[in-house]
Design a binder for this molecule. Structure first.
Ligand code: NOJ
Ligand code: CA
Length: 735
């Protein structure tokens, strides 16, 4: 670890003007320029190899002025008005107090991840600003890496800025052109949208169509979009805007001024419309700009993790385990079975409703026999865990009524015997995965959290999938406001006390905090496989997710669907999974996660055991990852080396059109011979019309081999590489 202080505390305030200050990335390709403008507004810009990435962009805040400021008297009404404005404005009238440049270079090992070690290497500039009339100080800290820029605002302890309320953050990201963007609508409550690819100037015209129905949604502007936002410029730059280390602060969206192509931060408001309650000393999250002229660098970047604090869980590796699991889940999502137990009651009140008197409707998925069937399947095929949803009372009446006391997270339905299942799973060497649907009644969840986690530990559960479907309670709060961001954090840190791993659905999208709290092993927080059962997702969706949602951390996407015609599971479900079977296999590589589900039903896997073998074999934790091909919306190809075993796997997904993937296998170990088992689309495969057409072939390869592989529309291919012994390669063709 190296930290060198280059320039300390240069007092510039007395000069009366401020000079621009340049900061270069370690390899010199990125240059950030900080300037204090004539009116004392802080501003920054960024170039990559001399090309503009962020044009001069202003920074700062509008603060809420306290009622007592407005009420206070004064002889000079104009002067009074000016003071009020100044108190509200924290974006101009600054002078530069000092600046400090440092550099940093360390390597750290994540508890789980795409690679064994991560280099955290940057040059830093911290500028301390003083707003003269109010005597309030603010530090802007910039970190420039070879793959991008992070900066945040810091508020040191001071007399004139103690408690303050943010009306709006005014951070701009001025684009250098009308870029192509891969975007979803800005929304305070959901990210479960399909991505749209369009020019920035087209967002306004498309917005209405892009906002598709969701159980809880609050879009806010015709040009508002979410981060992580991926863009591509005409001159071939890939630019990604997001945030890192979102702690005790609302989610940042971006609102586009589409005349000037300038994004401005747009924070998620709380129930009373305020955007952030701050108490100095404090910091904002990092605002991040990833940039490269090679799309693969965006996927390989670890900058978002690097901007987070190191692991705070000391014995993490002893209980945080990458997990491959199956679950009583897809059958409910597709409507083959249900979370609920009975149709007898129009409403449910826990503690009053007597389920022992209820007539079961016969479609309850989480019954002992069915759960044991999944446990048997998991044990037989080497899966670590089994998730069971709909095991606890309350599902007959769980959302839509702004109901407070929905679930208690400890009381099972009469046909789910917690102890019996616990003992059965243990006897088979399988871990049970708990499900806590909060129905967004967050207060109710916090009320029950300790008991619920203790109940898990008592019954052999080490991981929980939590969920936040519907509008948030306390009423008026949003899924991404500061208060509820703090709730997700509370649930995560409390889980760590119990040594519980968390996979939160509908929660805030990740910003790399899994570096600090590696028990956050998954999040949904985007449009997952469930939407393939709710009408389908765009076939190229999975080629965008790695560039957007996955920038901040892994996704519990729940891949592995083999039966695409969902009417085969439930005659009333007319939806079709817009993917080929080979594409589903590739997702285990291209959508990195230490938590991977084999989401389809055991009976569907049993029909395709040869292809299922890949899901059985594939690892979920890695020593190394090599992005071989990448283009947002078009394709992603990645090879990964399994942690500990050294075995390589490869996955490639395509978009709407057929293509040929041309790759070199030069990532394989030199001088070694491998048998590659290639699971690929058949020539006539198609995500809609022929989605189960696949081929499996075995070929002998080395690190000198080159592969040219057909990918069908909505298709892909997956490869497992096995070190070859002579007897095994006999008769096999060379690639
Ligand atoms: C939505 C989640 O994404 C899904 O996985 C879960 O089954 C349902 N909510 C019910 O909790
Ligand atoms: Ca969901």
């Amino acid at each position: 670890m190296k930290k060198i202080l280059l320039l300390t505390g240069v007092l510039l305030c007395c000069l009366g003007f401020a000079k621009a200050q340049d900061l270069k990335s370690p390899n010199g390709k990125l240059v950030m320029k900080f300037t204090l403008l004539q009116d004392g507004s802080p501003s920054y810009s960024l170039t990559y190899k001399g090309k503009p990435v962020i044009k001069p962009s202003k920074m700062g805040f509008d603060l809420k002025t306290k009622p007592r400021d407005e009420a206070s008297g004064g002889s000079d009404a104009n002067m009074e008005q000016k003071n009020v404005n100044l108190q509200g404005s924290l974006h101009s009238n600054f002078t530069l107090v000092s600046n400090q440049t440092t550099n940093y270079d360390e390597t750290w090992a994540p508890v789980w991840g795409e690679v064994k070690t991560i280099r955290n290497h940057y040059n830093e500039l911290a500028v301390t600003l003083n707003q003269q009339q109010t005597n309030r100080q603010m530090v802007i800290r910039f970190r420039l890496f070879d793959d991008g820029l992070g900066f945040r605002y810091e508020f040191p302890t001071q007399k004139n800025l103690t408690y303050f309320v943010i009306k709006e953050e005014r951070t701009q990201f001025a684009m250098a052109g009308d870029h192509t963007a891969y975007w979803i609508a800005g929304d305070y409550d959901t990210q479960e949208y399909d991505y749209t690819t369009s020019k920035l100037s087209e967002i306004r015209g498309i917005m209405a169509k892009a906002v598709t129905a969701n159980i809880s949604q609050t879009p806010f502007s015709p040009t508002g979009v979410q981060t992580s936002l991926m863009m591509k410029s005409k001159d071939g730059l890939y630019i990604n805007l997001h945030e890192a280390a979102l702690i005790n602060y609302p989610v940042m969206h971006l609102n586009l001024d589409d005349k000037n192509m300038v994004f401005e931060s747009w924070l998620t408001p709380d129930a009373v419309g305020d955007k952030g309650y701050m108490q100095a000393p404090c910091t904002t999250p990092w605002r991040t700009v990833l940039v490269s002229d090679d799309a693969r660098d965006i996927l390989a970047s670890k900058m978002t993790y690097n901007l987070n604090e190191p692991n705070k869980i000391k014995d993490a590796a002893s209980w945080i385990k990458p997990t491959k699991y199956v679950g009583v889940w897809w059958e409910m999502i597709t409507g083959k079975s249900t979370w609920s137990y009975t149709n007898d009651y129009p409403t449910i009140q826990l503690g009053i409703t007597d389920y022992t008197k209820a007539k079961p409707h016969g479609k309850h998925g989480a019954n002992n026999a069915n759960v044991k069937r999944y446990i048997d399947f998991a044990a037989k095929h080497g899966f670590d865990g089994v998730l069971v949803e709909g095991w606890n009372q309350g599902w007959e009446d769980w959302f839509g009524n702004s109901k407070d006391y929905v679930f208690d997270f400890v009381t099972p339905y009469p046909d789910f015997n917690v102890q019996e299942i616990r003992d059965y799973a243990k006897s088979k060497g399988v871990k049970m995965i708990m499900h806590h649907e909060t129905s967004s009644s967050v207060r109710n969840y916090e009320r029950h959290l300790d008991k619920a986690y203790q109940f898990m530990k008592d019954n052999g559960y080490d991981a929980v999938k939590s969920g936040y479907v519907g509008d948030i309670l306390p009423r008026g709060e949003n899924h991404y406001s500061q208060w509820i961001v703090n709730h997700y954090q509370y649930a995560l840190e409390k889980a760590a006390e119990y040594k519980i791993m968390v996979n939160a659905h509908e929660a805030v999208r990740p910003t790399g905090i899994a570096r600090t709290y590696p028990n956050l092993i998954g999040n949904e927080s985007a449009r997952g496989t469930e939407y393939q059962s709710f009408g389908g997702s765009k076939p190229n969706h999975v080629t965008v997710l790695p560039f957007t949602r996955l920038i901040g951390g892994p996704m519990d996407y729940t891949p592995g669907i083999f039966e695409m015609d969902l009417s085969k599971l439930n005659p009333d479900n007319g939806s079709h999974v817009n993917s080929t079977l080979a594409n589903q296999l590739a997702l285990y590589l291209t959508l990195y996660s230490p938590l991977q589900m084999a989401a389809d039903l055991p009976e569907n896997y049993e029909r395709f055991m040869d292809a299922f073998q890949f899901i059985k074999d594939v690892a979920v934790d890695w020593d190394d990852s090599k992005y071989l091909e990448a283009e947002p919306g078009e394709y992603v190809t990645v090879a990964r080396k399994a942690k500990g075993t050294g075995q390589w796997f490869l996955g490639s997904v395509g978009g709407d059109n057929a293509r040929t993937s041309n790759i070199k296998l030069d990532f394989l170990d030199k001088g070694k011979t491998y048998i590659a088992t290639i699971y690929a689309d058949a020539k006539d495969a198609h995500y809609k019309t022929n989605s189960q057409a696949y081929t499996i072939k075995k070929v002998v390869v080395t690190n000198k081999s080159k592969l040219s592989q057909f990918v069908a529309p909505g298709g892909g291919y997956a490869i497992s590489f096995e070190l070859a012994t002579k007897d095994k390669t006999k008769g096999l063709p060379k690639l």
